[in-house]
Write a protein that binds this ligand. Structure first.
Ligand SMILES: O=c1[nH]cnc2c1ncn2[C@H]1C[C@H](O)[C@@H](COP(=O)(O)OP(=O)(O)O)O1
Length: 175
């Protein structure tokens, strides 16, 4: 996945106008910009589509979100990671960096659970969870445990954020 310019985690991709190019051609173009490599995408890689959520409760969205999954060898992924941080035109601007999804839970609560507690763009978290299940990359009970733990971390993070806010508030009042 990638850390986006807006601080949210998401998958590589972007807007495609189907009256100008096919979805697959548009995705390949976005991948070249964001990853720095030309990856052929075909209609067979398409796994899901849904109405994209509106950006605010008062607006309606005409966007359809399409999701594609492509299996790659580890060497190919390493090459993508290298190019994404060097030749990709969007690096450092639209995309701040690629991140690997940890498919494990450590004894002290690290790994997938804290990863899932981060903030994701749109329905990217559900897209990730669905893909892990679809591709049998993790046992459903492990994933369930990680999701349940990530909810607890979320509450803890909100408390930590509140404490940090109070500290800055106190400091602000000194000046
Ligand atoms: O990973 C994602 N999962 C679901 N929706 C996503 C994801 N990444 C982006 N989006 C949404 C957000 C926007 O409504 C559109 C286009 O995203 P963006 O990356 O900003 O598009 P451009 O690169 O600027 O074309 O999809």
């Amino acid at each position: 996945m990638q850390m986006r310019f807006d601080g949210l985690l998401g998958f590589p991709g972007g807007y495609v106008n189907p009256s100008e190019e096919t979805l697959e051609a548009g995705l390949s173009r976005e991948l070249l910009e964001e990853l720095g490599v030309a990856l052929p995408i075909s209609a067979e890689d398409h796994v899901d589509c849904c109405h994209a959520p509106a950006s605010s409760p008062s607006s309606t969205s005409r966007l359809i979100s399409h999701f594609y999954v492509k299996k790659m060898e580890e060497e190919q992924i390493k090459e993508v990671e290298k190019e994404a941080a060097s030749t990709a035109t969007d690096h450092g601007q639209e995309v701040l960096g690629m991140v690997r999804v940890p498919l494990y839970n450590t004894k002290n609560g690290g790994g997938l659970a804290p990863f899932l507690s981060h903030s994701f763009i749109g329905n990217a978290r559900s897209q990730l969870v669905d893909s892990l299940l679809r591709l049998d990359m993790i046992a459903p009970e492990e994933l369930h445990k990680a999701l349940a733990h990530s909810l607890k971390i979320h509450t803890h993070t909100a408390e930590d954020l509140q404490a940090a806010l109070m500290r800055t508030e106190a400091k602000r009042n000194w000046f």
